[in-house]
Design a protein around this ligand. Sequence first.
Ligand code: GTP
Ligand code: MG
Length: 458
Amino acid sequence: MNSNIISQENDLIAALATPLGSSALAVIRTSGPGCIEAVAALTDRPASLARCPGGRLRRAQLRDPETGRVLDDLMVGVFRAPRSYTGEDAVELFCHGSVPGVQEILALLFRSGFRRAEPGEFTLRAFLAGKVDLTRAEAVQEIVSARTARGHGLALGRLGGSVEAEVNRFKDELVQIMAGIALQLDYPEEETGQIPLDRQALRHIREGLLQLAASYSAGKLYQEGVVIALAGRTNAGKSSLFNALLKEDRAIVSDIPGTTRDYIESSLDFGGIPVRIFDTAGLRETGEILEGEGIRRTGQVLEAADLVLYLVDGVRGLAEEEEDRLDRAKASGSPPFIPVWNKADDRACLPPPEGFFPVSARTLQGMEPLLEEVVRRVTPEHRCQEESPVIDSLRQRDLLERAAAALQEVDRGIQEEMPVDAISLDVQEAIHALGEITGEVTSADILDAVFQQFCVGK
Ligand SMILES: Nc1nc2c(ncn2[C@@H]2O[C@H](COP(=O)(O)OP(=O)(O)OP(=O)(O)O)[C@@H](O)[C@H]2O)c(=O)[nH]1
Ligand SMILES: [Mg+2]
């Protein structure tokens, strides 16, 4: 558990920063005052390592001081406070990526005064040392868990301080307004003749806050992605389209109806959006038990999907029960679907009904407009421009909304000509919420909640 890690700062921590498995290299991270000497004492060159300037790499042998046994021949990266990730003295061990080797080195460190680092503890220390604000600290984990290049790029922007800068800009404006109010409160008898609260400016800030809050849906989209399912009657060409989208021969295609019995899942990158795509069993009334089970599972996949591509075999045309099914789905809006008219390459293909996208899973004709429609449908209203920051933290979104709600109260207060000191409380509430986003004001509970989501070694 992460609780109390704040009170434990300054002790020596260590953790594996790379996945445990066979690899060329593994990186073990350590941090804490005195950690350079502590690691140096476990090597064949304790004195020279202990004197090593920060930002240098040294080759050394790691030895168990009790037995003298060599555990690894490795590179030691030395960082001196405050010029390290955590702001403390820190050592990174670049050792061979052997599972038992890494475990032995960690065990040696834990016998030698180091404690196993909690998830996110290195970044927590960086935050407590004032090296990063909370939005940048959160971005570290968001980078690690990014699933597409676009998601990665957005998180990298946040690490660069895009969200911090935006939030601070709003906060500074509010602090200015607050200063004006304070002046008014200090000299109430002096009629300055000015309205101390610029309603227009406040509304502008509120809109900006809401816009940043709304970018969460885009941030979440690029980070968590969407589920797309292919559905339709047997032989409509779902598996063929699935393979065409994946550009690999993944699902079995045949002209025997009921080829796909269970759903098949794969991952794709659609314009930077991570997509989990499902090929499902064809829908039809069936007496066969196995196929019935497949259709039942198809139902589950369709319920969970963010978007369904509903395929119709354009040569066979729409079945009556199919028309009903689509009408019902359209009326209820659930699940959201795009109707697709497949086999457009076939001479016998009928003209597609209104609203259908004609494609051929075989020749790939019509695929581009279909894919554009898919991206359009899964992209939220908030079209994020390349430059504007996008948030990916529910915590940040809630606080932005809280600040915006407080500003709405301010606006109402002005409208109702409430006393300035009452109004100022809401301005303060908005400032406080923004301060919580960057971690300027924060509690141990909040930090626990944020850093618990991290990987160990980050
Ligand atoms: N001409 C033509 N034939 C296609 C196209 N797409 C699929 N087919 C053929 O249609 C038949 C069924 O294709 P599948 O992809 O297996 O269809 P499915 O919807 O997955 O079928 P089930 O798994 O049985 O539900 C196969 O013979 C495919 O070669 C297309 O775009 N054009
Ligand atoms: Mg199939």
